[in-house]
Write a protein that binds this ligand. Structure first.
Ligand SMILES: [Zn+2]
Length: 271
C-alpha cells in the first residue's frame, strides 16, 4: 500500500502537471469506487472545473476544484495515479480524468481504491478522526510520548500503523523505522523509555524524509505521478529481508506476524 512517501511523491509530481487544467471528461470502468456519490453526480460536479490545487493528507490525495469541491482519492492497496500526455490503454486503468492537455489515469489492480467528493468547507470534519501527520512539524517527541502513553497496553508496531493516531506510516516503513530506532516490534508501547521514544521519533522523521527524497518504495505496484518506480526499495534494511543477514550485525532477520501484518526485524539489534 502506498504510504506517506509514495503519496507525497505522487502529489508533488502531479502538482507540476495538472494544476490549472480543466477536467473535460471523466470515464470509469469501475463505478463501485465512487463512495459517496453517483457517477452522474460526480461528473456534474467535476466536469468543466479547473484544478486549483493538489495536496496530501496522510495517505489521501486531495484534488481541489475551482467550485470549492474536492476530489478525494485513496489508492488503498494497489492504486496508481499517473499523468499521461497520451491515452495509455493500460489494462488496469479504472478511471480516467480527461484534462485539457493529457490524462490523469487512476490504475488499480485490486480495485480497492476509492473516489469521494467533499466540500472544501467540510474537509476538517471529514478528516477529524485522522491522526497527526508523521511529517507535520507539530508531531514532536512530546506529541509522540502522549500518543504512546494513551495507548500504553497496545503493541508498539500496531500503534505506528493506526492512522487515527499517527497518519502516513504503513507496513513497510513501520519495520524500517523500528530497525532504525533499534526497538523490537513486539514491545508494548508503555515499556519504552524516554530515550527510546526519542530514538523512535528521530527514526520516523529520518526514514520518511529519506523515502520522500528517494521517491518512495516500488516494492510491488507503486509508481510515481509520471509512471516511474521509486528507489527506496534499493535501501530497505529489513522489510521482506527475512532469512537474510542483518546489515549491521549479521544475525538472520526474522519475520513474524503482528496484528495480522508481516513484520521484519533483527532479533539482535532490536531490543
Ligand atoms: Zn542486527
Amino acid at each position: 500500500m502506498p504510504e506517506l512517501p509514495e503519496v507525497q511523491t505522487i502529489v508533488s509530481d502531479l502538482h507540476q502537471t495538472i494544476i490549472g487544467q480543466k477536467i473535460v471528461n471523466f470515464e470509469t470502468a469501475w463505478e463501485k469506487a465512487l463512495k459517496n456519490t453517483s457517477l452522474s453526480e460526480f461528473k456534474k460536479t467535476i466536469l468543466s472545473q479547473k484544478i486549483t490545487d493538489i495536496q496530501r493528507r496522510g495517505k489521501n490525495i486531495l484534488i481541489f476544484l475551482e467550485n470549492d469541491w474536492v476530489i478525494l482519492v485513496h489508492l488503498k492497496m494497489t492504486g496508481q495515479l499517473i499523468f499521461q500526455n497520451k491515452p495509455s490503454k493500460n489494462k488496469i486503468l479504472r478511471h480516467n480524468f480527461f484534462l485539457e492537455s493529457g490524462f490523469l489515469e487512476f490504475r488499480d489492480v485490486r480495485k480497492f481504491g476509492s473516489l469521494n467528493l467533499v466540500k472544501k468547507a467540510d474537509l476538517e470534519k471529514y478528516f477529524e478522526k485522522l491522526g497527526i501527520d508523521a511529517l507535520n512539524p507539530k508531531f514532536t517527541t512530546q506529541k509522540l510520548t502522549k500518543i504512546l502513553q494513551k495507548n500504553k497496553t497496545k503493541n508498539l508496531k500496531s500503534v505506528l500503523l493506526e492512522q487515527n493516531l499517527i497518519t502516513g506510516i504503513g507496513n513497510i516503513y513501520a519495520s524500517e523505522i523500528l530497525f532504525e530506532a533499534k526497538i523490537n516490534p513486539h514491545r508494548q508501547t508503555g515499556s519504552l523509555s524516554a530515550i527510546e521514544i526519542n530514538q523512535l521519533h528521530r527514526a520516523i522523521k529520518k526514514i520518511l524524509r529519506k523515502a520522500v527524497r528517494m521517491r518512495g518504495t516500488s516494492d510491488s505496484d507503486y509508481l510515481d505521478g509520471y509512471g516511474h518506480k521509486g528507489h527506496f526499495q534499493e535501501v530497505l534494511q529489513v522489510y521482506r529481508k527475512n532469512g537474510q543477514k542483518c546489515p549491521i550485525c549479521g544475525t538472520i532477520i526474522e519475520k513474524s506476524t503482528i496484528g495480522q501484518r508481516s513484520t521484519f526485524y533483527c532479533p539482535h539489534c532490536q531490543k
